[in-house]
Design a protein around this ligand. Sequence first.
Ligand code: ATP
Ligand code: MG
Ligand code: MG
Ligand code: MG
Length: 563
Amino acid sequence: MRQSNMLIPTLREVPKEADIPSHQLLLKAGYIRKLASGVYNFLPLGKRVLRKLETIIREEMDRTGAQEIQMPSLQPAELWEASGRWETMGLELMRLNDRHERKFALGATHEEVVTSLIGDEINSYKKLPLTVYQIQNKFRDEKRPRFGLLRGREFLMKDAYSFHETYESLDEAYNRLFEAYKRVFERCGLNFRAVIADSGAMGGKDTHEFMVLSDIGEDTIAYSDQSDYAANVEMAPVLPTEEKPKTEPNKSLEKIETPNAKTMQEVADFLGHSLQEGMKAIMFKVDDRFVMVVTRGDHEVNDVKLKNLFDAKFIELATEQETIDVVGAGFGSLGPINVPEDVEVIADYGVQPLVNASCGANENGYHFRNVTPDHDFEVTQYADVRFIEEGDPSPDGHGTIQFAKGIEVGHVFKLGSLYADKLNASFLNQEGRAQTYIMGCYGIGVSRTLASVVEQFHDEQGMFWPDSLVPFDVHMINLNMKKDEQVELAETVYTNLQDQAFDVLYDDRQERAGVKFNDSDLIGITHRVTIGKRANEGYVEYKNRKTGEQQDIHVDELVSFLK
Ligand code: ATP
Ligand code: MG
Ligand code: MG
Ligand code: MG
């Protein structure tokens, strides 16, 4: 492609609001342009990288046996009402009415649509397990869209959903997708870690996040310096003063013997559900109030087990037991708890009636912390409670805890039958009985991953891309468009390289050498081939953007050198 007529509007200055490298550089190098807060155009360079990233994701997803589909962004409100998320998603869900005043949401995620689709189309276990995925724009009215592509309001996501008859089958798919995610991020050249995502259940196995290590990351990872152990600390970050959490720290929490405590089995029977491993409910007394904490994990606290963490019935059960206050546990936008109106909420972060906090315990005591750091909420701590700290022994018995900042680029999650239950999506199982699907969901932030790569691969001059994502194979620069022998040689090289299937960006602009070199460093294509003074001898200058390696090469040798 000839740069003279390409849409690569490089900038000298970037807007002040761009305060992290990926945001600045993607704007500066002409990869993206802002349309509105959290909404971006991808220009040709950005689109090329995006396409390569999508190809990597498609290849790895297809390898797992997942099938690509495409679901609509425009989604009828009825589906969201059925799942309960029309309420609980709160302001983050973008909503609109059609001309007949019918309510719609713009897809923030697709559990509802996919559950309804598969529920309608599949009615026998013979078609299971099944995994579908799509790569598509998502809409979330983020409270604080920022950091360019890292937290947008319209952004590109790969989302996948798996459907199963048994939990064993879900485990298999989860592990396969987990490995595929690792390969995706490895192929992007990223330095990342897969972390346990529910900090409340240190040691839990049901959800993992893929974190790109970066100082500008909004999440904190606690990892062991001597083993693979890594978990999202999910601590409240330092917020701007006006948004400081209303914290009442160290309010004494006394663990109580619950007089009406039921065994896990009894609770399950009451709810009419089967038991699900790892669910826990704990009751505490704060001053004169009872507090119930629902969590998941392997630890033993009280003998109360639940089938479903998100089950509103459980809260009703709590009310019956005169436990009136609730500290809920949930998982980001995926798993809110609906709290009935007559239940007093002591941990609340804004989106009524959503409660979302987390608790866990290990041999070091009980941990309470919020799951979503963006909202105000009260923290109530057990007397012995403290957050996990750097230097703590490792929960898995190896090494000590270190902290690092991370950007969440992927998330895999065992949903269980929550959505299938709510949306009444069932099939005939092997025993010939109607059963709701057991599901998993798996997301990759595609546009966020692209920006994360820039966070890890840049220097003062600009970005540099891993080979798997570079927008062009070669950046060819002609230093002087007025010199005939240079233009001639450039045209020959340009044609030859393209004949050999190289994707070439040819800087044929009438610009000064300095401008061309600066832009080239900024854009970050690995191999740079400059046609300059030695054109008459048939020599070009080669420079590697990553290593800085530089040498003169004869044009006859160029193709074999680049291969
Ligand atoms: P976050 O905690 O950053 O708000 P999330 O947990 O709400 O993310 P998920 O619902 O797990 O996000 O969505 C799957 C993936 O989509 C995330 O792992 C992330 O990579 C990406 N993603 C989520 N929100 C955004 C956003 N506003 N802009 C860009 N990518 C996003
Ligand atoms: Mg998250
Ligand atoms: Mg979010
Ligand atoms: Mg997530």
